[in-house]
Design a protein around this ligand. Structure first.
Ligand code: B16
Ligand code: MG
Length: 218
């Protein structure tokens, strides 16, 4: 029986993934590195420093940066990201998400949020939906980022449920891998081609029908 649903944030609740892309692209271009939408898929769900390493790996390898310089670059990207995000409003929540949260609550299903982002709480507050989650776990609370299962396992333990009774909603390859590694069922939000390891695929979070939860439990 499914007792909890754990949501990713960026790309599942709201399109902050686009703002991450804009900020990373700006930084990459400043470094003389091209960042395509396709490359960007690899950054989804991945921590800030790991994302920077992936971007640097796309360059010609001639940039030899110290960890202090990397830290400064990551901070710069984050300042741009926060700048975009601060202009967001609750109407940017993906269609159908609020209804889905209400329906889950009505059925007595616990609701968690597990985002690799250190800005997750800020984003939830800006969207006025932080109070809809029983538990929020973010990038400040874990050591290993997705695809490591740590974040989902921590969310389940805080929710007081076993991993097998959880369904995760994820839009990132790394996130789907993390959910599967945690022993949870995973609903992939996006394309089946990109999220092959998911148990069920929907194009948008709002497309999810509650009846599917029972099917996922089996
Ligand atoms: P920050 P999610 C992830 O959030 C994003 O998908 C990923 O692109 C980003 O690098 C990561 O958060 C870290 O974010 O720099 O704000 O700490 O998809 O797990 O909600
Ligand atoms: Mg995501």
């Amino acid at each position: 029986l499914i007792k909890a649903v754990i949501f990713d944030l960026d790309g599942v609740i709201v399109d902050t993934a686009h703002y991450h892309f804009l900020a990373w692209k700006r930084l990459a271009n400043e470094l003389g590195i091209d960042l395509t939408k396709e490359d960007n898929e690899k950054l989804k769900g991945v921590s800030r420093m790991h994302s920077l390493e992936i971007i640097l790996g796309l360059g010609d390898g001639k940039l030899a940066l110290t960890s202090y310089e990397k830290e400064k670059l990551a901070n710069k990207k984050n300042a741009w990201f926060v700048d975009y995000v601060e202009r967001m409003s609750p109407d940017e929540i993906f269609p159908g998400v609020k209804d889905l949260l209400h329906e889950l609550r009505e059925r007595g299903i616990k609701i968690g949020l597990a985002s690799s982002s250190k800005n997750a709480m800020t984003v939830l507050q800006l969207l006025h939906i932080h109070h809809q989650f029983d538990v929020v776990v973010d990038g400040t609370m874990v050591v290993n980022s997705k695809p490591d299962p740590e974040i989902f396992l921590l969310a389940a333990s805080k929710l007081g449920v076993t991993p097998a009774d959880c369904v995760v909603f994820e839009d990132a390859e790394a996130g789907v891998e993390a959910a599967v590694a945690a022993g949870m069922k995973c609903v992939g939000v996006g394309s089946a081609e990109q999220l092959q390891k998911a148990d069920f695929i929907i194009a948008q979070t709002g497309d999810f029908k509650l009846e599917t939860l029972a099917a996922l439990a089996n």
